[in-house]
Write a protein that binds this ligand. Structure first.
Ligand code: ZN
Ligand code: ZN
Length: 140
């Protein structure tokens, strides 16, 4: 049986389920992620779009254009509580990235790589043996 995992926004209105493991899982230390999440970094688990199912609740969308690449990111968030649960990126058609802090359980996958390390907080230490990139990890 293929594993599946559920998650949702902070208020519980938006719920989703994913099937299988992430294609890749990323910690992003870019300034945009720091600002949009009001935090140190983003935890991002990326799936083929058909592996992600939105079960309940309407999401709103806002578009961000990278000032580095000029490409769009579309963030899907709960309009009631503001939690971003997922995003899609022009760079990666057919992939939905889940904001992995919103999974009900967060211990079932490992982080493959750290990106935009050039703007990481100085007190964040990256474990040895995990790929890290000063900027994005294109093309992956
Ligand atoms: Zn909510
Ligand atoms: Zn980022």
């Amino acid at each position: 049986m293929i594993e599946s995992h559920c998650g949702g926004c902070a208020c519980g209105a938006v719920r989703y389920r994913v099937v299988g493991k992430p294609l890749f899982s990323t910690v992003c230390h870019c300034r945009f992620c720091q600002r949009r999440l009001a935090s140190a970094f983003a935890i991002i688990a990326s799936f083929d779009a058909p592996a992600v199912e939105f079960l309940q609740g309407q999401t709103s969308e806002c578009e961000h254009r990278s000032d580095e690449s000029g490409r769009w990111l579309r963030m899907r968030f709960c309009p009631a509580c503001g939690t971003t649960v997922a995003h899609t990126a022009e760079l990666r058609p057919g992939i939905i990235s889940i904001a992995a802090g919103t999974f009900d359980e967060t211990d079932w996958f490992a982080i493959d790589r750290h990106i935009w390390v050039q703007s990481k907080q100085p007190w964040v230490a990256i474990p040895e043996g995990v790929a890290s990139f000063m900027q994005g990890a294109a093309p992956g």
